[in-house]
Design a protein around this ligand. Sequence first.
Ligand code: SF4
Ligand code: SF4
Length: 347
Amino acid sequence: MVTQVFFSQDEEKFLEKFSSVIGNRLNGSVAIKLHMGEPGNNYFLKPAFVKKIVDILKNKGVEPFLFDSPVVYDSPRNSVNGYLTVVAKHGFTEDKIGCPVVVSDDYKEQKILVDDKEITFQVCKGLVEADGVLVLSHVKGHMCSGFGASIKNLGMGALTKETKGMIHAGGEPVYISGCTLCGLCSKNCPTDNIRYDKDKTFFKKILKQDDSKRPFFDKNWCCGCSNCAAVCPQKSIRPKMALFNDLLSAGALAALKNFKKSFFVNVAKDVTKLCDCMADPGPMLSSDVGYLMSEGIACVDKAAYDLVVKQMKKDVFKEANHISPLGHLTSFSKLSRSSLDYKIIRI
Ligand code: SF4
Ligand code: SF4
């Protein structure tokens, strides 16, 4: 059966439908997996909207709580206490939202096979131990995956700081051989991290070889997106562990394997170039599209992507970030053996 994705441009109509379907899908204690915003970024989902979701769940007899995990990069959100200070500043307090707000890095391990390698992901216990998880995601562009919504929200956000670091480091490039200096990797690197002109003296005198013409990954910083490896026509570059998109989708699958029940809501409004982790998320890529929900994580993401592209009449994600926005969706679909086919039900 084709997965249904409910869609409305109108918040009130969407919430009415959400209220009519959610009682049959989630019960007991429900973790709302939510990115609660990097300081400086103003486009994360707002407390007023989240409170409406919380109120609907409570009216259905569900006991919701907001949940997120600390980040790995340099930010006030990289510790539990630091993140709790940020969420309070952003208006996500029990007083204002009407349910507890939990930030935790406790975990349960889950192994997933990626490229025939068994990789251990640490999935946040707060999500695993709930009776169900509502994944509430802001749709936007992303530096490493081109596009981010529900899969990104779990594939990074449902995992511990240590696993987040492993995914980024695992996607970093290693040079193998055979570079023809076509320039594609450098052109498609989002951080302008690649150069080809390493000091020849080092190679000739120290290594006794002239290997100076090849990519070097040390100009700026590397976000581990693996895009250089993905675009190289000679396969001269490989990721340290696996492609970022494969690790991200495996992370989402590791989380889902441990959830008792799940449901997905994507909000395609304020669609910025970069994600909610960035203090400056860059320009808007699209006018507002609306609200989507589904039982299928890959389908709700594919539908959000399709609707934005249709509205803007071009792939604004690919154009902005030079990375295939469907890479992690396709990877998730393969890994989980699930289809990306969906049917939009307009509300
Ligand atoms: S894309 Fe591959 S062949 Fe082209 S410059 Fe980069 S490493 Fe060399
Ligand atoms: S992994 Fe991404 S950020 Fe790092 S060098 Fe390659 S393209 Fe640039």
